[in-house]
Ligand binder design. Structure first.
Ligand code: P6P
Length: 338
């Protein structure tokens, strides 16, 4: 079959043997995320029409107003995963603690945990800017048959067995990896089917787009300030283009296709950075590396960071390999001068 006409369902079946320990559970996880993404997509696309915009009046563990769509998306992804009895635990940006999932037979026989940001960039919802879902999948490390523990979630990113994102933009796409490259699927809303539209996605080794919230410039570490000035200098293929949507999935998706770097550094306002390691940086780093790019905290490879807390934040430098390496050079130089 012509690659581009392949549906996500056909692709998953075809790649079944790629999944280590392929008992079909991982395929079923991707399939359940596919279903939940279609349901959330429908609501996101109608957000302007129904009274679903605006804070739900609650605040999540990050101290951020929970938009109704955040709450809705969180419930849809959690319920879909629970209903299909394919995971033993779920962690979400919108839920303070992880959720233990035991099957209808009250066993804890499932082998995988899912961590997710159900609707990242949700502050963009009511201004009609694209938002995304990010997910990360690990095999549990504690014995199957026992209730899942925090240890099953706090694994380094190198242990991920799958990761992906859904981008609810001008079109809705699901992009994921199981460690065998990155593939993008675009939803045909007329028939509710995802089609393989971006096979074997790759970051350009270099690029000319930098994505950072320059409004925080005065609060940035010196290395980041120096790198921003480097991007803005008239030399060679610089100055680069500044593009920042304020939606992690959208910024990284664009940079993967066009070449670029996304940076969310530490600052005096955010001493650990803003992005969460477990369900934003780890999955996006896994995808980035599988697409030939690079992801670090400015010094260390994101995927090798040993997590200590479920909602911990880390600085994030992610994108075209040469651009991340250049930014890391400025970080190291500033560090050695301090
Ligand atoms: P700022 C959205 O809240 C998010 O987590 C990412 O999607 C986005 O890149 C970043 O925060 C935007 O943060 O501080 O620049 O508004």
């Amino acid at each position: 079959m012509e690659e581009r006409n392949k549906t996500l369902g056909e692709f998953i079946i075809e790649k079944q043997e790629d999944f280590r320990y392929s008992t079909g559970e991982l395929s079923r996880i991707i399939n359940s995320i596919r279903l939940a993404a279609k349901v959330v997509n429908y609501k996101v696309n109608k957000a302007g029409l129904v009274d679903i915009i605006g804070a739900a009046g609650e605040v999540n563990i990050q101290g951020e107003d929970q938009q109704k769509l955040d709450v809705y998306a969180n419930e849809i992804f959690i319920q879909t995963l629970i209903n299909r009895e394919i995971v033993c635990g779920i962690a979400s940006e919108e839920s303070d603690d992880f959720i233990t999932v035991c099957g209808s037979d009250n066993s804890h026989s499932n082998k995988y945990v899912v961590l997710m940001d159900p609707l990242d960039g949700s502050s963009n919802i009511d201004v009609n800017v694209s938002v995304g879902t990010i997910f990360s999948v690990f095999r549990r490390v504690t014995p199957v048959g026992t209730p899942v523990t925090l240890e099953d979630f706090l694994q380094p990113g190198t242990q991920q067995v799958a990761a992906g994102y859904v981008i609810y933009g001008t079109s809705t796409m699901l992009v994921y990896t199981t460690g065998h490259g990155v593939n993008g699927f675009t939803l045909n809303p007329a028939i509710g089917t995802f089609y393989l539209s971006h096979p074997n996605m790759k970051f350009k080794e270099d690029g000319t787009i930098y994505s950072i919230n320059e409004g925080n410039y005065v609060h940035f570490p010196q290395g980041v300030k120096d790198y921003i000035k480097y991007c803005q200098m008239e030399e060679g293929n610089r100055p680069y283009t500044s593009r920042y949507i304020g939606s992690l999935v959208s910024d990284i998706h664009r940079n993967m296709i066009k070449g670029g770097i996304y940076i969310y550094p530490t600052s005096s306002k955010a001493p650990d950075g803003k992005l969460r390691l477990m369900y934003e940086c780890n999955p996006m780093a896994f995808i980035t590396e599988q697409a030939g790019g690079k992801a670090s905290d400015g010094f260390r490879r994101i995927l090798e960071l040993k997590p200590t807390e479920l909602h911990q934040r880390v600085p994030f430098f992610c994108g075209s390999k040469k651009m991340v390496e250049k930014a890391e050079e400025f970080m190291a130089k500033a560090e050695s001068n301090s």
